[in-house]
Design a protein around this ligand. Structure first.
Ligand code: NAD
Ligand code: MG
Length: 298
């Protein structure tokens, strides 16, 4: 079985999109019901002990990129607290099983990141159940396309910011007092921060906010020995895209605009989250790692 160390042609490593990619589910969606099911490394991610004994929180850990990060962290030797929405329990259960199969601890903490109290409880649970926090991967996010600003409601604008920006702020704020020197925060931006789609006004704006927040926070916590970095994915095949993140009609061509000519799979993001969480990136902070199929970024 090929894993992330097997040399191969990246243009052919995973399938291009096609007619079968056209599908819709209500938010937040379940990836178990997607065709094809996204590849989060369940079979293919091989750990080599890069995060032995670490204690991690991963938000959005039930599906997509967060699930890929959670699986990779466990295979690299970390215990993981998983944050996700209560409606995503079926996806989350699978991740818990995969983490436990590695002999690592998995603690499921469902809830809504738009609620500051939940963000505080998430961190308190991690401290209580894992005995601390060495890695905080903020991966959860909300994306809903709206073609005309006239139809973009204040409620949606508010929910996108509450989920993507406030939730991240609240979890970072609660976690930092518990993080020892050597700890790492990994936030999740997007190609949308640099190259925004006209139909993603609110979402794209939150992603540039996350980049800027991370660069500022990285400087603030550097003297504490805590590093803050960002992963900025391109088009990745996840539930986010089929619950209103994109118009259904464009899904058959999803990812075709990238130089590599295909959508990315969540497992292809996993190594970025591992690298930035581990001591291998000891002199890297305030950085954004673009993993987007080769699209140029500033
Ligand atoms: P996903 O749907 O699998 O993950 C998003 C997760 O966010 C959900 O599983 C859910 O658990 C969580 N979430 C959403 N609203 C929440 C709330 N109010 N409270 C708690 N949790 C909530 O999709 P994904 O694509 O893996 O998204 C993960 C991250 O990657 C997001 O930040 C997204 O913006 C970013 N991203 C995705 C792409 C892409 O093409 N898929 C591209 C760039 C960036
Ligand atoms: Mg999900």
């Amino acid at each position: 079985m090929a894993d992330q160390y097997t040399m191969q042609d990246p243009t052919k490593q995973f399938t291009k999109a096609g007619p079968e990619f056209k599908q819709q589910q209500p938010e937040p969606g379940l990836q178990t019901k997607m065709t094809p099911v996204p590849d989060c490394g369940e079979e293919s991610y091989r750990g080599t002990g890069r995060l032995q004994g670490r204690k991690a929180i991963v938000t959005g850990a039930d599906s997509g990129i967060g699930r890929a990060a959670a699986i990779a962290y466990a295979r690299e030797g970390a215990d993981v607290v998983l944050a996700y929405l209560p409606e995503e329990e079926d996806d989350a259960r699978e991740v818990v099983k995969l983490i436990e199969a590695e002999g690592r601890k998995a603690v499921a903490v469902p809830g809504d990141l738009k609620d500051e109290q939940y963000c505080i409880e998430l961190v308190e649970t991690a401290v209580r159940e894992l005995g601390g926090i060495d890695i905080l991967a903020n991966v959860a996010g909300k994306q809903q396309y709206v073609e005309d600003i006239a139809d973009l409601t204040t409620e949606q604008f508010d929910h996108t910011f509450k989920t993507n920006v406030y939730g991240l702020f609240w979890v970072c704020k609660a976690a930092i007092p518990h993080m020892k020197p050597g700890s790492s925060i990994v936030n999740t931006s997007s190609i949308q921060a640099y190259s925004p789609s006209e139909i993603l006004l609110d979402y794209a704006t939150t992603k540039s906010a996350i980049n800027t927040f991370s660069k500022a926070l990285a400087q603030q916590v550097a003297p504490k020995g805590i590093r803050v970095n960002v992963v900025a994915p391109g088009p990745i095949w996840t539930p986010l895209q089929i619950v209103g993140g994109q118009p259904a009609d464009v899904l058959p061509e999803f990812g075709e605009q990238t130089p590599l000519g295909r959508p990315g799979q969540p497992v292809e993001m996993a190594s970025a989250y591992v690298y930035l969480a581990s001591q291998e990136s000891s002199y890297v902070s305030g950085e954004t790692l673009n993993a987007n199929g080769g699209m140029p970024t500033p």
